[in-house]
Design a protein around this ligand. Structure first.
Ligand code: NOJ
Length: 539
């Protein structure tokens, strides 16, 4: 494999720093806490850490509201700590991927503080401003977190545009100076030795609010190519764009093998399947299993050779997969492993979200215990609209972003060993049974499964190169597929549900060996609840 494509057989681990490991007892995870867990991550076998934002920030949106791109927030540590993380991670063979939020800044960023002083201020045009329309808002666009996307500033008698919270004003990418400030900042991080970037809501930078265009604006790919040429395009970096508006056609641009844009994008088509069509994520619907297989297959087939997939079930914005599409009660371990097998057997770069490798689960807190602004805004809005409390809480328990953000469960000591202080967000009470220490001591743990899957990807090139063919497309129980290259075949078979079923496939498995199974033994065609196996043969 060419060196510049090191990320093709890599596995990435996402750290949400606030919740990973606290080293100084203030209840908030920090950079020194991450450094103290590098041995753990090396043991897991990952190649890189995607680090959610640690920059200076008022934390309106937990760091996705950046007040200074070149300073570390004191709650996380110092720039020296960050430099140490980058260099110590290297000695553990781990690269650091920084999270770049380029669509917006915090309203407390120096640029915005200047921008709102007067229309003549050189920074005014760094943001997106419009005059009132007939004494009203410029238009009726809504922010992703609820409420209008426009906010009035008296000093300039104009409204600024914010796709997210009112404290996250959108940057104006049509302004050359903005782009160059961002390039300089990115190059400054490159010089500090980072291994790549995850680009927050990158499909929204080329917005055209006058036409109500948010993502996939007409100049989007020009902007991305220019960004690439001026920054990470010059080296061996992994780059992954977050693109809720990605489809197959534009994903081929984003992840063009010619390297002109990113290494890959996060697309979310599978993630939106368990919600009512045309509604919000809070409007729950059962997972349409056949559709899930179709969607993932479509992406596997379409990007093979003409792009690259990112593979993920979880991140800091999503619920825990074992609670969502597995069974976090009777079959927690089995289903967590099955979901890992299904994902890690596919073509693309797998991402593991902190705690996923332990089978961590969702939480069911009363509303007072939630911190996430998206969750709280929705709660109050729906209350106002007359929704029943019970239904709102059901949605929150299923989909709140805080499900993923509860502190990492390290051991069975107080606060799961996350902090000696009071955690900023309550620890999931199940940490006594689910924690890293127990996982590490158990050769059959969920951790051991992830460790094995990562090792397999490193040892068998077919995990990277093999073409994907879905089997049993219409089957209501099995997620089964083949991977095939010139020399070998991989067969992944997973019972996705809690019923014992027979595999309705005539398979001559004589020449195959089993690379992984999530039960101690196997019994032919019979698959127990959530049973998953990976078979391999050389041609
Ligand atoms: C996507 C991030 O993943 C999310 O956490 C954040 O709230 C929005 N972008 C806004 O930056």
């Amino acid at each position: 494999m060419k060196n510049e494509q090191w990320w093709k057989d890599a596995v990435i681990y996402q750290i949400y720093p606030k919740s990973f490991k606290d080293s100084n007892g203030d209840g908030i995870g920090d950079i020194n806490g991450i450094i103290s867990k590098l041995d753990y991550l090396e043991k897991l076998g990952i190649d890189a850490i995607w680090l959610s934002p640690v920059y200076k920030s008022p934390q309106d949106d937990n760091g996705y509201d950046i007040a200074d791109y070149q300073a570390i927030d004191t709650m996380f540590g110092t720039l020296e700590d960050m430099d140490r993380l980058i260099s110590e991670a290297k000695t553990h063979h781990i690269r650091i991927i920084m999270d770049l939020v380029l669509n917006h800044t915090s309203d407390e960023h120096r640029w915005f503080q200047e921008a709102k002083k007067s229309k003549d201020n050189p920074y005014h045009d760094y943001y997106v401003w419009r005059d009132a329309q007939d004494g009203q808002l410029p238009n009726d666009m809504q922010s992703v977190f609820g409420g209008p996307a426009w906010e009035y500033v008296e000093e300039v008698d104009q409204y600024y545009f914010h796709q997210f919270s009112v404290k996250q004003p959108d940057l104006n990418w049509d302004n050359e100076a903005v782009k160059h400030e961002l390039y300089d900042m990115i190059n400054w991080w490159i010089d500090r030795g980072v291994g790549g970037f995850r680009l927050d809501v990158i499909d929204q930078i080329a917005k055209v609010p006058d036409l109500k265009i948010t993502n996939n604006g007409p100049k989007l790919h020009d902007y991305i190519r220019e960004l690439n040429e001026n920054t990470f395009g010059k080296g061996e970096f992994i780059t992954v764009g977050e693109a809720w508006g990605a489809n197959i056609d534009n994903a081929k641009l984003y992840s063009n093998p010619d390297g002109s844009e990113f290494s890959m994008v996060f697309q979310f088509e599978h993630i939106g399947l368990d919600q009512q069509e045309g509604k919000e994520k809070w409007d729950l619907a059962p997972l349409p299993f056949i559709k899930l297989k179709q969607v993932l297959t479509k992406w596997q087939e379409a990007l093979d050779g003409s792009g690259w997939n990112s593979l993920f079930w979880d991140n800091h914005d999503l619920p825990r997969i074992v609670s969502r599409w597995g069974n976090d009660q009777a079959y927690r371990k089995e289903s967590a492993k099955m979901l890992a097998v299904v994902l890690h057997g596919m073509q693309g770069t797998p991402y593991i979200y902190q705690g996923e490798e332990l089978g961590m689960t969702n939480v069911q807190y009363p509303i007072e215990d939630y911190e996430d602004l998206e969750t709280l805004n929705m709660y109050h809005e729906r209350k106002k609209q007359g929704y029943q409390e019970e239904g709102i809480m059901r949605s929150i328990h299923a989909k709140s972003r805080d499900n993923a953000r509860t502190p990492m469960q390290w051991d069975a000591s107080d606060n799961a060993g996350f902090t000696t202080g009071t955690p900023w967000l309550k620890v999931n009470p199940n940490y006594i049974e689910i924690n890293a220490k127990d996982n590490l001591e158990d050769p059959d743990s969920v951790f051991a499964c992830y460790q094995k899957l990562i090792a397999l990807r490193k040892s068998y090139p077919i995990f990277v190169d093999g073409h994907f063919h879905l089997l049993l497309e219409e089957d209501e129980n099995f997620f089964a597929y083949m991977r095939e290259d010139e020399n070998s075949e991989l067969l992944v078979v997973a019972n996705f549900f809690d019923q014992q079923v027979n595999l309705p496939l005539e398979l001559d498995l004589q020449d195959y060996t089993i690379l992984y199974q999530n039960y101690k033994d196997t019994s032919g065609n019979l698959y127990r609840p959530y049973e998953a196996r990976i078979y391999y043969k050389q041609k």
